[in-house]
Design a protein. Structure first.
Length: 368
């Protein structure tokens, strides 16, 4: 807002004052100094421990520091979130309460972290974010929040547990994906500097509803009474599993486990299978071992003109590019991993692997 000449003269002569314009509607509320100091200390304790956990997982020095505390509304954050983010729903469990928070990691940062998890240097990541990358960053944040909860338990001498993270892709400035309690109200926002040695210098956000932040502060400082745990009913007896469900046929061995009569595996004679080397014990790979992957077997393929596709009818035969008896391809997330021959297990098809890529090649092929 421009000053008039009279206002300027009054200020220069010391005979007048100037009140700045009021904050626009919807702006975040001010935060008391003591409250800001508390959350800055909490954030420092939590993220220093989390950075150590991520450093060990990635094999790189990771720093998450310099927390900035503010209380914006989503409309203000929208101006800063000008790139796609991965939104991780997580939080702490304290005093019988779930205190939800949200972590925001830029899509580029997710790609860099995933590239490092895959044994690369993180300098030329694949920027196409898929479910695999989103699941992987969820596992990384699981490590971060677990370490943070442990550190807070020691700092405040009370039991703090972690709420397991759930991650999803958030398109740029799409605030509608945030929980209802985040909409239209001031938030407790913690903005960190996220650094990976010589590779990444970025930001990480941690957001809480203001009511949730006050509850967290009260529980950690002892100013909020902790509800006693609810009585736990004794577990109901578990019925014994049936023999049919407890056993499964073994494919490729000299003997099979007991199972329902009439179940057969064809072909019956297989050459002995060689045992490959054990999976590496690298901590970064251990973090993503439980992420599900889509595995498909491709019998063959063909190229048809649009006219030929439209002319297909029931009973039409499409010739594939595979010869009869030729090994078929096993694809993991669309990437070739192995070849094999089709077998029949009872009434289901299966694949007996005859050729497979080396372990390092398989890891490389997981980069989508």
């Amino acid at each position: 807002m421009a000053l008039s000449q009279e206002q300027i003269n009054a200020l220069l002569e010391g005979t007048g004052t100037f009140d700045p314009p009021a904050a626009p509607a919807g702006a975040g509320s001010a935060i008391p100094a003591a409250e800001e100091s508390f959350f800055r200390q909490l954030a420092t304790v939590a993220m220093e421990a989390g950075a150590v956990a991520i450093s060990q997982a990635l094999g790189k020095n990771v720093h998450i520091h310099q927390p900035q505390v503010s209380t914006p509304v989503l409309a203000q954050l929208q101006q800063e979130l000008n790139t796609s983010q991965v939104l991780i729903r997580t939080g702490y469990v304290l005093g019988g309460q779930e205190l939800e928070s949200i972590l925001l990691v830029k899509d580029y940062d997710v790609a860099v972290i995933f590239d490092i998890l895959m044994g690369k240097d993180g300098r030329n990541p694949d920027l196409e974010i898929s479910d695999l990358q989103i699941s992987a960053i969820g596992e990384v944040m699981n490590q971060l929040m677990g370490a943070a909860a442990t550190a807070l338990s020691k700092e405040y001498n009370t039991k703090v547990a972690m709420k397991p993270p759930a991650s999803e892709l958030l398109e740029a400035a799409n605030t509608s994906a945030f929980p209802r309690e985040f909409q239209g109200k001031p938030l407790m926002a913690l903005k960190f500097n996220l650094m990976i040695e010589g590779i990444l210098d970025s930001e990480l956000y941690e957001l809480r509803a203001l009511d949730t932040a006050h509850s967290l502060m009260g529980l950690l400082t002892g100013k909020v009474a902790v509800a006693p745990p609810a009585p736990v009913a004794p577990p109901a007896p578990v019925a014994a599993a049936s023999a049919a469900s407890a056993s499964r046929p073994v494919v490729g061995g000299s003997t099979a486990a007991a199972g329902p009569s009439g179940v057969s595996v064809r072909p019956a004679e297989f050459s002995p299978l060689s045992i490959g080397s054990a999976a590496p014990s690298d901590a970064s790979l251990d973090m993503i071992m439980d992420i599900p992957l889509r595995v498909t077997v491709e019998l063959g393929s063909s190229r048809l003109k649009i006219k030929d596709v439209l002319d297909l009818t029931k009973g039409s035969v499409v010739e594939l590019n595979k010869l009869a008896g030729e090994p078929v391809d096993l694809l993991v997330n669309g990437k070739l991993m192995a070849k094999g021959e089709v077998v029949v297990i009872s009434e289901n098809f299966g694949l007996r692997i005859t050729e497979i890529l080396g372990q390092s090649d398989r890891i490389n092929n997981l980069r989508l």
